[in-house]
Design a protein around this ligand. Structure first.
Ligand code: HSE
Length: 301
């Protein structure tokens, strides 16, 4: 009895929709291999690709802690033996939903091993709890697209609506991850708690514009709407060369550019794969001349 599950990286916020919009990408992503074993208990067998940063203790590791929570709720925690191999293909603190991908893969794996007692919708609260354990706040804008795929909208407080949104065929994301570490926990502490009404109006107009643009396949509207005037100014200071990268993206044909999740990854949203390829190459060259190594990924939205 074993399963192997891949869960994708995700671009939370979709630039302007802080904590409510996000989309899954083709790569990178994390992998969980899960084994049923005779001896009861949940254990981590191995973790690869985390540079030794994640706990092996099953109560402290987010993936196993969420699996335990689910087994406990099903009333079978004492009876079942499960061992987990976690293979991380993306760095922690990258702004690509690294913790979410692992959590979602782990929960999907245990649900599959058990013969799918829960629907994806029923798995969601466990995923959100995983996010809370990982970074201190239970936002669902990474876990929702990691679990559901595509673009998702999260609305509501206690009772969440997870709404899948369409994406136009030619909408692409060019992602660059500058190799600096920005923990989500820290990046959330920088944000101002109060927002001016006029800024809120601009921002929620932009969010509505994104949603409408996705449905009507209006690339220009998407480009005009994907701007974040509330969060980005506070967080940009954590990201090296942010405004230079933005200038490069927007002058090279990207529809829009902003922070992926809580950074330091950045995302250029483009019409067509080629623009995303060339924009990310140019950004990577710029970073490299400034002594910063980076990874780049291109994916359909
Ligand atoms: N919406 C979250 C944030 C995503 O921007 O802090 C990061 O996990």
């Amino acid at each position: 009895d074993k399963v192997r599950v891949f869960a994708p990286a995700t671009v939370a916020n979709m630039i302007c929709g802080f904590d409510i919009l996000g989309f899954a990408v083709d790569e990178p992503g994390d992998e969980v291999k899960m084994y049923r074993v005779a001896e009861p208990g949940v254990r981590i067998r191995s973790i690869q690709g985390d540079d030794g940063r994640l706990p092996m203790d099953a109560d402290r590791n987010t993936v196993s802690a969420c699996v335990k929570m689910l087994l406990d709720d099903l009333g079978i925690l004492q009876d079942i033996g499960v061992e987990i191999e976690l293979i991380k293909h993306m760095p922690i603190g990258s702004g690509l939903g690294s913790s979410s991908a692992s959590t979602v893969a782990g929960l999907f794996a245990i649900n599959t091993l058990l013969g799918n007692p829960l629907t994806k919708e029923e798995l969601m609260p466990y995923c959100v709890e995983g996010e809370r354990l990982a970074c201190g706040h239970g936002h669902a804008d990474n876990v929702a697209p990691a679990l559901m795929g595509g673009v998702t909208l999260v609305r509501g407080g206690e009772e969440l609506d997870i709404v899948k949104l369409p994406a136009p065929k030619e909408l692409y994301a060019g992602i660059v991850f500058p190799q600096v570490d920005v923990p989500t926990r820290d990046a959330r502490q920088l944000i101002k708690e109060k927002v001016l009404l006029k800024d809120a109006v601009t921002q929620w107009g932009n969010i509505a514009g994104v949603v409408a643009g996705l449905f009507t396949e209006d690339y220009e509207l998407l480009g005009r709407s994907m701007h974040d005037i509330i969060i980005e100014p506070s967080r940009a200071i954590l990201i090296p060369e942010f405004y230079a990268m933005k200038e490069i993206a927007l002058s090279s044909g990207a529809l829009s550019f902003g922070i992926s999740g809580s950074g330091p990854s950045v995302v250029a949203v483009t019409k067509g794969r080629e623009v995303a390829e060339s924009v990310t190459r140019k950004i990577q060259e710029h970073l490299s001349t400034n002594g910063i190594d980076s990874y780049r990924y291109v994916s359909a939205v």
